[in-house]
Write a protein that binds this ligand. Structure first.
Ligand SMILES: NC(=O)c1ccc[n+]([C@@H]2O[C@H](COP(=O)([O-])OP(=O)(O)OC[C@H]3O[C@@H](n4cnc5c(N)ncnc54)[C@H](O)[C@@H]3O)[C@@H](O)[C@H]2O)c1
Length: 336
């Protein structure tokens, strides 16, 4: 077996914990450094999953025992940390979104695109085994010519007001995953039409954001995509996907933690509640995302979304925001 890839990790919050656990569980990876200005978090993560803890990002760029970096820190730190990783010549997996401001993304674009080390984006849903199989089967021609995608993504409950305030809005924070999933199948989206509503959350309305949105995307071949999002769902985390083609249809429904069904006098085919949220529903996806990154660093053709995919998803989010605010369809040119 080859030597494990030595990782440095920025950020030990919700998603940083997931990456630390994935690294620790992979025989092909080891956690070497953990950085968080919230040093208690860095210490606790290093104690649990290995590595040295620091509050100082510069320590990771100065370290000589790091082969790859994961940026799982707060969104405003991503551009600068990617930039420094590129200067240091270290492969990097950065969480979505690259940034909330496309001008900051564009300022880094030429450097990221010209990089000789991999820069990959944390669009984990591409690595969900069910969605990945569905994509392979569509690409193999099983349902003929792809004509429509229907994506439903509803969170179990609205996030705290403090999170909403810095999230960049529902399109850049939540729908961004669905934009990337649409582009997993149909990379060249040419127009975006979006509607937003305030249906249930006074806090989200007070922040000037929507709590429910529906987006229609048109791809270059005339294929159509609908994305339905809500910040709440009474029955739990709702993650469904449908591809419709000239010869048939493929669907992924909600996946619970158990396949056991219960039959009684009042219910038949009853199952337990769905996974509570993304950490549980996409647990496998986060692990496969890491393995794909390790393959890319090892020199295999990349299966991971890259900087351009992160940029494209943000352009679609900006277009959706503009469309929802103006009532217009917004044309986009992702190839420019
Ligand atoms: N792919 C996914 O499914 C997914 C899920 C959740 C969050 N995210 C993304 O991951 C990022 C982090 O989200 P979160 O929910 O874990 O946030 P969080 O607030 O729980 O954690 C962020 C951590 O980053 C730390 N931090 C801030 N500046 C830092 C720096 N310069 N270096 C190192 N650490 C720093 C903070 O102290 C905090 O502990 C966000 O960009 C978010 O959009 C992705």
């Amino acid at each position: 077996m080859t030597t494990p890839l030595r990782f440095g990790l920025f950020g030990t919050g919700r998603i940083g914990q997931v990456h630390a656990a994935s690294i620790a569980s992979s025989p092909r990876a080891s956690l070497q450094w953990v950085c968080d200005p919230f040093v208690d978090g860095a210490n606790a993560t290093a104690a649990k999953y290995g590595g040295r803890a620091t509050a100082e990002p510069a320590d990771l760029f100065a370290a000589e025992d790091i082969d790859a970096l994961i940026i799982a820190s707060s969104t405003p730190t991503h551009v600068e940390l990617i930039d420094q990783a590129l200067d240091a010549g270290i492969p990097v997996l950065c969480e979505k979104p690259i940034d909330l401001d496309i001008t900051r993304v564009d300022a880094l674009r030429a450097k990221a695109d010209a990089a000789t080390v991999p820069v990959v984006l944390g669009f984990n849903r591409r690595f969900d085994p069910h969605f990945a199989e569905l994509q392979r089967r569509v690409a193999s021609g099983e349902i003929g010519a792809l004509e429509q995608l229907a994506i439903v993504s509803r969170d179990p409950a609205e996030p705290p007001a403090a999170y909403v305030a810095v999230s960049g809005g529902i399109f850049r924070d939540m729908t961004i995953h669905d934009f990337d999933m649409a582009r997993f199948f149909l990379p060249n989206i040419v127009s975006v039409t979006a509607r937003g509503a305030n249906q249930f959350s006074p806090a989200i309305a007070a922040a000037g954001d929507f709590d429910a949105v529906v987006v229609t995307l048109e791809a270059e071949g005339g294929e159509l995509v609908t994305i339905t999002n809500s910040r709440h769902s009474a029955f739990g985390y709702d993650q469904r996907f449908e591809a419709f083609g000239s010869e048939g249809m493929l669907q992924v429904g909600n996946i619970g933690p158990s396949v056991i069904r219960s039959y009684s006098t009042s219910l038949v085919e009853a199952q337990g509640a769905y996974h509570s949220f993304f950490l549980e529903r996409y647990a496998d996806a986060y692990r496969f995302e890491l393995e794909a990154f390790i393959d890319t660093v090892a020199g295999e053709p990349s299966r991971s979304p890259g900087f351009e995919d992160g940029r494209a998803a943000l352009i679609l989010a900006d277009a959706a925001e503009l469309s929802a605010r103006t009532g217009r369809t917004v044309d986009v040119d992702l190839r420019a």
